[in-house]
Ligand binder design. Structure first.
Ligand code: SDX
Length: 380
């Protein structure tokens, strides 16, 4: 069905170029991801998450003074408003972790005097507050749910260090901090994925940053998007609990026409480079510990899905076992994804507002036509 301007309807907007962006580029054929001109392998190896945040927000990697200033701003902005902590105390234990994060981030906006201020400077300050507070929300929620009190961050430490410290109440080792920091770098931005597109649609109406990021969290929650990492770990744990053969387990899923979470991608037609980086990280972690179970299961599943369906793993497949081997609760996997992607969402909003135009596509109407109202007394 062609639109008035002759363009064809495209299901799921697959392959449709909706806008121009300088933030990140994905080459689906070659399996490449670039943030502002830097390849993801280079950034994962040689840049911290805070450096990548600066890069996404400002266009260049920071020098030492610029990085120190960003860290100072993030430290100054990270304390949670008490009423938001109260909300976290009251949410039902059965609440979905991403619904809790969506609610708390939305509530942050109620206690930000600049919530509806739409100058570039105010939006930059809000981006800093949102990014600084999201780790604290996730860690506080996780501890309160376990009947423990939230823990304040240690002043000079990195975001990666402080998230693990606020969550576990003990200082993480260098290896854990580095691994987690790399995970944050890998998840920071990824073109016009569903949650980023959601944030830009909301931003394009000139609504506020809290509304746009809350909407993005709602989109990321879905198992076809960021919610997949939690489902991947549930699958691995189910295999382990049943003592099942991973190959038989996943073949049964495929025979039942079920989706194997962590595989396939709308853009990548080869392995997601983030999956390759995390695969090697899980392999190294497993060999260091002499415990290769999750890696072995994952590789058996990977080889089966590749040979049976020709599908490659995406970032969610190996992030699951990476986080699990770090002792993180699968319930927190998608909130952690949101933590990192808050850098990308806010960067896209800043970019959207530099040259805004309302995002409003068309729908091809295929409903009934030419009907007239029958008085209700005469309707069957
Ligand atoms: C993320 O967009 C991004 O950039 C997202 C992300 C980011 O960083 O923001 O990269 C993060 O969301 C990664 C994706 C996480 N989701 C999952 O792992 C969920 C499982 N994967 C899928 O459901 C699927 O692959 C999608 C949603 C990711 C992409 O789906 P598409 O492009 O709409 O492809 P499709 O559903 O039309 O599938 C094409 C074919 C179908 O086969 P047929 O019906 O044509 O025979 O591939 C099959 C699908 O059945 N297929 C799968 C499959 N994914 C696709 N079959 C089994 N298992 C799968 N996982």
């Amino acid at each position: 069905m062609a639109n008035k301007n002759g363009s064809e309807k495209v299901r799921g907007l697959e392959g449709v170029i909706a806008l121009s962006s300088e933030l990140s580029s994905i080459d689906g054929e070659e399996g490449k991801l670039v943030y502002r001109g830097y390849d993801i392998y280079d950034l994962a190896e040689n840049a911290s998450f805070e450096e990548v945040v600066y890069l996404l927000w400002n266009g260049d990697l920071p020098n030492q003074g610029e990085l120190d200033a960003l860290k100072r701003d993030l430290r100054a902005a990270r304390e949670l408003p008490e009423p938001v902590i109260d909300i976290l105390r009251k949410v039902p234990d059965t609440a979905h972790p991403m619904a809790v994060l969506r609610t708390a981030v939305s509530a942050l906006g109620l206690y930000d005097d600049e919530a509806d201020a739409d100058t570039p400077e105010a939006n930059r300050r809000k981006a800093t507050r949102l990014l600084a507070r999201t780790p604290a929300i996730i860690a506080a929620y996780a501890r309160l749910r376990d009947g423990k009190e939230p823990i304040a961050p240690l002043s000079e430490a990195s975001m990666a260090f402080n998230f693990l410290y606020m969550l576990n109440g003990e200082e993480p080792g260098t290896a854990a901090e580095d691994t987690f920091d790399t995970c944050l770098v890998l998840h920071a931005d990824h073109g016009l994925n569903a949650s980023t597109f959601t944030s830009r649609v909301i931003g394009s109406t000139l609504s506020d940053m809290y509304s746009a990021v809350s909407g993005a969290i709602g989109a990321l929650k879905g198992p076809l998007h960021g919610g997949a990492n939690r489902e991947v770990m549930r699958m691995l744990l189910d295999i382990d609990e049943k003592g099942a053969d991973p190959v038989d387990y996943v073949n049964e899923k495929l025979e039942n026409k079920e989706r194997v979470m962590g595989f396939g991608h709308r853009v990548y037609r080869t392995m997601d480079p983030r999956a390759a980086i995390l695969r090697d990280r899980v392999k190294a972690l497993s060999e260091e510990r002499g415990a290769t179970k999750w890696y072995d299961y994952s590789m058996a599943i990977l080889n089966t899905v590749k040979s049976e369906k020709g599908l490659d793993p995406n970032v969610d497949f190996f992030s699951a076992s990476t986080y699990y081997m770090m002792g993180l609760d699968p319930d927190l996997f998608t909130p952690i994804f949101a933590l990192s992607r808050s850098a990308g969402w806010t960067a896209h909003l800043l970019e959207q507002w530099e040259d805004n135009r309302l995002i409003r596509p068309r729908a091809a109407y295929v409903g009934k036509t030419g009907r007239t109202v029958t008085p209700i007394s005469e309707r069957a």
